[in-house]
Design a protein around this ligand. Structure first.
Ligand code: DGL
Length: 269
């Protein structure tokens, strides 16, 4: 039998956003191989209903399983909010979402107990972040806001320009009025806009990106199940997208800092 520690980690998102998680996994666990699925044919997820997100997520986990992944990271807040519990019930392998790690980090960081959350409409509507934060500390004031235009801006590669800044100003004006000191980037696309978000919110507001926390949890889980890859040969990551790979390859190379060699297209039947 092949040692499962040699199998890859499956990571998925609706598009580019989950690469923020891949980057941190690669930094912390350079020997691990990742199979990434970006559902670029069906992005955005953030405006879609729960049954649709569950169906999409289930289909993707099945595709990742064909690549013999040893665990799955749902690197999408929308899918983590709406589909994680169902996936955990239906599939017999470790599955990790991104909501809990982000909420924990924000609770640890806030000093004035005023936390903001920006996310997709579906994540905000699910109330999952507010629930988790309140479970951890009932005294924290939470304000949430949906920022639906951020995802197409990221998919377009407009990480840092005047229009993005103008849109961010408008979306975040309410957050500023509430005097928050911690802002959860509750969508894995948003860390790609970190420079703009930081400029708009100012230096006193800490931005919480759950990616590094998720990587730590991936390591803990792999250790727990004795599946951590110990060989010293760095794994070759594989990227799969459900639409034309060109734009994804370019932006992914720009973000991950290097040529992305293996990008494949998956065609839904
Ligand atoms: N990056 C995803 C999230 O964290 C999904 C964004 C979208 O497709 O709307 O919510």
């Amino acid at each position: 039998m092949i040692d499962p520690s040699h199998h890859p980690i499956g990571v998925f998102d609706s598009g580019l956003g989950g690469l923020t998680v891949v980057k941190e996994i690669h930094k912390l666990l350079p020997n691990e191989q990742v199979v990434y699925f970006g559902d670029t044919a069906r992005v955005p997820y953030g405006t879609k209903s729960r049954p649709t997100i569950i169906r999409y997520s289930r289909e993707i986990v099945r595709i990742l399983l064909k690549h013999k992944v040893k665990m799955v990271v749902v690197a999408c807040n929308t899918a983590s909010s709406l589909a994680l519990e169902t996936l955990k019930k239906e599939f017999d392998l470790p599955i990790l979402g991104v909501i809990d790690p982000g909420a924990r980090k924000a609770v640890r960081l806030t000093r004035n107990k005023k936390v903001g959350i920006i996310a997709t409409s579906s994540t905000v509507k699910s109330g999952k972040y507010v629930l988790k934060i309140r479970q951890l500390d009932r005294d924290i004031d939470v304000i949430s806001s949906a920022c639906p235009l951020f995802v197409p801006l990221v998919e377009e590669g407009w990480f840092d320009n005047a229009i993005t800044t103008q849109i961010a100003r408008q979306y975040l004006s309410n957050m500023k009025k509430h005097n928050i000191d911690t802002l959860i980037l509750g969508c894995t696309h948003y860390p790609l806009l970190k420079n703009v978000l930081h400029d708009v919110m100012g230096p006193r507001v800490q931005l919480v990106d759950s990616a590094s926390e998720v990587a730590i949890q991936v390591k803990e889980l792999l250790l727990k199940f004795r599946m951590l890859r110990t060989s010293l040969r760095p794994g070759q990551h594989l990227f799969i997208v459900s639409d034309e790979p060109k734009q994804f390859s370019q932006l992914a190379s720009r973000f991950l800092g290097g040529g992305i060699k293996h990008v494949r297209r998956h065609i839904y039947v």
